[in-house]
Design a protein around this ligand. Structure first.
Ligand SMILES: Nc1ncnc2c1ncn2[C@@H]1O[C@H](COP(=O)(O)OP(=O)(O)O)[C@@H](O)[C@H]1O
Ligand SMILES: [Mg+2]
Length: 252
């Protein structure tokens, strides 16, 4: 039984396609950590899931009650940021939503309050999507990581440390694919260059020919044909090189 479904979501900020997500499904007891660099669209996505923002394209279907816990902003009251957040979180949990959408709930909190939030969410029976940059917090609480990068969500099973390990393996594989590609590209380029050189040489009338060769050399069509053939194979190599495509150098 799903609590929420998002299908074919596209959302723009000015000309930038901020979110381009085929499908998200959230089930009972899902403990999802949403990670991504600042400005990648995490807050916008939470608001779309909570139906506070209507996406430019796509459909959100909520099958159960959800609550968003917005990113905490410091207000100038007598109470500390920690106390205000604590009250706010408690209030939200008292509403007992089936799904909690929490946006960086530990920002600006001291250790004591972070531990309080951690404990609350640990014993929380509902599902949550939790945006956080706190590795320990994510490790303690999450069993799935959603990574938001370049408008797309990639899902990883496990906690944040598992996610980091999987990313490491992924990067290594990308690196080796890139190296293989580079090697093949260089080989093909060299082969093309050799064929081109050969084709050029073929157009020149060679010296020191035997009488029989001279007879052939005298006939222009022979060399034109040879040149054409060499050009053709150079072209074939170039096509192969094009087919090899262009693998971007691995991002750091
Ligand atoms: N209402 C808005 N008007 C203009 N730009 C916005 C608005 N909301 C978000 N953005 C832009 O969209 C991008 C993603 O923002 P946000 O969802 O807050 O990312 P994150 O929470 O991952 O840091 C940012 O570049 C931000 O400046
Ligand atoms: Mg944010």
């Amino acid at each position: 039984m799903f609590l929420l479904e998002a299908n074919n979501i596209k959302h723009y900020v000015k000309d930038r396609l901020l979110l381009n997500i085929n499908q998200l499904k959230i089930s009972h007891n899902d403990r999802i950590g949403l990670v991504g660099i600042n400005g990648s669209g995490k807050t916008t996505l939470l608001n779309i899931l909570a139906e506070k923002i209507i996406p430019d394209e796509g459909i959100i279907t909520q099958y159960a009650q959800s609550e968003i816990l917005p990113q905490f902003k410091k207000t100038d009251t007598i109470k500390s940021g920690g106390e205000i957040t604590q009250e706010y979180i408690q209030q939200t949990l008292n509403n007992a939503p089936a799904l909690l959408l929490a946006d960086e709930p530990t920002t600006n909190l001291d250790t004591k309050h972070i531990e309080w939030v951690e404990k609350k969410l640990k014993h929380w029976q509902g599902a949550f999507v939790l945006v956080s940059h706190d590795r320990i917090f994510l490790d303690t609480l999450c069993s799935v990581i959603w990574e938001l990068e370049d408008s797309k969500i990639t899902k990883y099973k496990g906690n944040y440390s598992d996610y980091l390990n999987l990313k490491k393996v992924e990067k290594k594989q990308e690196q080796s694919t890139y190296e293989k590609y580079e090697k093949e590209r260089k080989q093909l380029e060299k082969a093309i260059q050799l064929k081109d050189e050969k084709a050029q040489r073929a157009t020149k009338k060679p010296k020191n020919l035997s009488p029989s060769e001279r007879r052939i050399a005298g006939s222009k069509p022979y060399f034109a044909k040879k040149e054409k053939k060499l050009h053709k194979s150079a072209c074939a190599l170039e096509t192969r090189l094009e087919k090899l495509g262009n693998i971007e150098k691995i991002k750091d």
